[in-house]
Ligand binder design. Structure first.
Ligand code: HEM
Length: 230
């Protein structure tokens, strides 16, 4: 009689977290990108720089591929899909990479012309560099056939992509909990917190879930064999 194994608590927890991440990523993309599809600068929810005629266009070139990368990313972490449909994984992966490259170039322009202040500009420049660096590392590793390293760098990269969501969550929370601080202070803090918080979560996950089991296996393999006397 065929037996079906009940999913473990760990696997259920993973699916719950994955579902939450995928839903909020798609939800944010669907909610935030449409104002940049109309082609009308008056629809921009963000205050535009009056001295930069193409500010809306650069936000459009950033938000549309950014939204696509955000929505596609979660698919790439489903092992079953990766194993059963490797071609789909490659096509989605390439689309994701191209989207991140376009969105990050436009993000650098947006950071240069934003009227949100110097502290926000610095944070976004760091994010652009980290976004492109982690993507390059992920790409180089997969070209060399180093699958585990590719996974690690993609986790780092998508966590940075996901900063777009956590930024808005912190912003909303800040505005609800401490409106007296003022929009500028809350926005600046939310930008920095979204980057640092996401990086810490990614590194915790990578060390606990991927590197620690690997190190333990290696240690067991390297441990001297104790032979019992005959
Ligand atoms: C992770 C790297 C990212 C960087 C460095 C970045 C950078 C920026 C910058 C500099 C701005 C202008 C902000 C301002 O003037 O205060 C901006 C706005 C925006 N970004 Fe990103 N971004 C990133 C990821 C994403 C992603 C993945 C999305 C997905 C949809 C996205 C969607 C938007 C939208 C919709 C806006 C316009 C603001 C709004 O309407 O809320 N960004 N981004």
């Amino acid at each position: 009689m065929p037996t079906t194994r009940a999913p473990s608590i760990r696997s259920r927890k993973w699916w719950a977290l994955w579902g939450l991440m995928a839903l909020s990523a798609v939800g944010f993309a669907v909610g935030s990108v449409p104002p940049y599809l109309t082609g009308d600068a008056a629809d921009a929810p963000l205050p535009l720089n009056p001295d930069v005629a193409l500010h809306y266009l650069s936000l459009m070139v950033h938000a549309v591929p950014g939204g696509l990368a955000l929505a596609l990313g979660p698919l790439q972490f489903v092992s079953r899909l990766r194993v059963r449909r490797p071609k789909l994984h490659r096509v989605v992966g390439r689309t994701y990479m191209i989207s991140v490259v376009i969105a990050s170039i436009a993000a650098a322009v947006n950071a240069a012309v934003t009227i949100s202040g110097f502290a926000v500009q610095v944070a976004f420049y760091i994010l652009v560099i980290a976004w492109l660096y982690t993507l390059t590392m992920a790409y180089r590793n997969i070209r060399r056939g180093e699958v585990q390293l590719h996974r690690i760098w993609m986790i780092r990269n998508y966590t940075l992509t996901f900063a777009a969501v956590t930024l808005r969550v912190y912003l909303l929370l800040g505005l609800q909990l401490s409106p007296s601080l003022g929009f500028e202070a809350i926005y600046t803090s939310a930008v920095w917190a979204s980057i640092l918080g996401n990086v810490l979560i990614a590194e915790y996950f990578i060390v606990q879930r991927m590197l620690t089991p690997l190190a333990r296996r290696q240690q067991r393999r390297d441990a001297p064999q104790v032979s019992t006397p005959a």
